[in-house]
Structures are given as structure tokens and as C-alpha cells.
Design a binder for this molecule. Structure first.
Ligand SMILES: *Cc1c(COP(=O)(O)O)cnc(C)c1O
Length: 243
């Protein structure tokens, strides 16, 4: 029987996984005319036990984590070694949880409606802070996914730019599962075009710096298409076990 839940082998593989991922990030960055330093690596920590997250922070240089659920983040945060670590919410956020999460995270990447942006703006104002957000785009127009519909997205930008205490730092997406690399690249490239177009338009309260796309299975392609923040979970920590 295994009584010790902390597994040295798992730590070793986290270190090795990260070493390999960073090499690949570097290669993909160079392919797209950039450097490793231009790409931010987020460790996606949903379902990962706190001790392994802390291991990756303390020993592997992880300085940006992403959690999907408000409740899970709240239950972990007091035991996480969060000094100098940026925390982003990356999962769908219900408006009734905005109040709780706004003062606790450095960025909400999953803003998928004007209504949600309004609520975050309101709570940021209440807390006398400016909330950094990304706008999530449902690039494949999938019913099963959250994110702005493409049409609604472009129409919503000027409205969002009028909201106080918000700093729109960029956009994020999860593309559909694609049969071909070509199809995947089309989605990522469209996002990259949105990113550049919006940046050019210089909306008030927009400071377009982050193009968040790419996960365990597609981060290299995403970087080649312009991503500068990749969100990687299972490739770092191993397959997720949902309870
Ligand atoms: C879970 C998740 C990831 C990471 O997924 P992996 O395939 O495990 O790398 C990235 N982004 C979001 C929004 C997620 O929910």
C-alpha cells in the first residue's frame, strides 16, 4: 500500500517535462522570429494536488499558474507558495462569483460576455483596483464552448472599452479539435489577425499585449502562429484525475 502521497518520481517527471517543453517553446519561438523570452509559459494547475504545484514553483521556475474554477482556487490558495507567482483564472466565470475572485487573481482570461465584463468592472471599482482581463473568443463557433461568438466579439469591443477599472490586455482561445494541422493553423492565424487589428484600433482601456493560445497538444503550432502565452497542464503534471 502506498501511504505517502508525495511521489518523487512524479516530481522528477515534472522537471523533465518542463525542460522539454521549454526547449520546444524556444524552437517554436525562433521559427516565428522571436525568442524564448517572448513567450510566457503558464502552468495549468486544475486538479493538480498542491504539493506538486508547489514543487514546480519552488524547483522548476514556474511563475504563472492558471486555475479554471473559483472554488478550487479558493481551496488551494492558502497552501500554495504564491510569492512572486502570477495567478490567472482561465475557466468560465459565473457572474455571482466575480466578487470573490476579482481581488484575488492577477488576470481573468476567460471574459466571454459584455455582461461579465461589466460585473468585473463593477467589482474592480468597489475594490479600488484595475482588473486585467483577456477576452475569450469561441473561434470555432462551437456550441459546447464558452467565449464570444466571432460576430458579437467585434461588436462588443467599443462597449467594453467604456467600462471603468478594466485593462484589456489581449485575447485568448481554445480552438476546436482539428483533423489537420492546416485547419488548426487557420484558427490560430485568425486569432492572430484579431489581435493585431484590435491593437491597431487603440481602444480606450485596451493595452493589447497577450495572445493566449496553445495547450498541451498544440502549443508549438500556436506559437508559430503568434501566441505569446501558452497554457499547459497535462504535459507538465501528467494526465488529470477528475474526482
Ligand atoms: C485545462 C486547460 C488548459 C490546459 O490543458 P492541457 O491540455 O492539459 O494542457 C488550458 N487552457 C484552459 C482554458 C484549460 O481549461
Amino acid at each position: 500500500m502506498i501511504t505517502n502521497s508525495f511521489d518523487d518520481d512524479r516530481c522528477k517527471s515534472i522537471s523533465e517535462n518542463l525542460k522539454l517543453i521549454r526547449e520546444k517553446i524556444s524552437e517554436s519561438a525562433i521559427k516565428s522570429g522571436r525568442n524564448y523570452e517572448d513567450i510566457k509559459l503558464m502552468a495549468v494547475t486544475k486538479t493538480v494536488p498542491v504539493e506538486y504545484i508547489n514543487y514546480s514553483i519552488d524547483n522548476c521556475g514556474i511563475d504563472l499558474i492558471g486555475e479554471n474554477k473559483v472554488q478550487e482556487f479558493l481551496s488551494k490558495k492558502d497552501t500554495l507558495h504564491l510569492d512572486g507567482v502570477e495567478k490567472h483564472l482561465i475557466g468560465h466565470l459565473q457572474t455571482n462569483k466575480v466578487k470573490k475572485i476579482v481581488p484575488l487573481v492577477d488576470m481573468i482570461q476567460s471574459v466571454d460576455s459584455v455582461h461579465l465584463a461589466e460585473e468585473i468592472s463593477k467589482q474592480a471599482l468597489n475594490n479600488s483596483i484595475v482588473s486585467d482581463i483577456l477576452l475569450e473568443v469561441n473561434i470555432g463557433s462551437e456550441e459546447s464552448k464558452t467565449g464570444f461568438d466571432k460576430e458579437a466579439f467585434l461588436e462588443s469591443l467599443s462597449k467594453i472599452s467604456e467600462l471603468p477599472n478594466l485593462n484589456v490586455k489581449g485575447i485568448m482561445t481554445i480552438p476546436p479539435i482539428c483533423d489537420t494541422e492546416k485547419e488548426l493553423k487557420e484558427y490560430f492565424t485568425t486569432m492572430s489577425q484579431y489581435f493585431n487589428d484590435i491593437k491597431e484600433k487603440q481602444y480606450k482601456n485596451f493595452n493589447m499585449e497577450i495572445l493566449s493560445m496553445g495547450m498541451s497538444g498544440d502549443y508549438e503550432t500556436a506559437i508559430e502562429c503568434g501566441a505569446n502565452l501558452v497554457r499547459i497542464g497535462s504535459l507538465i503534471y501528467g494526465a488529470r484525475i477528475y474526482k
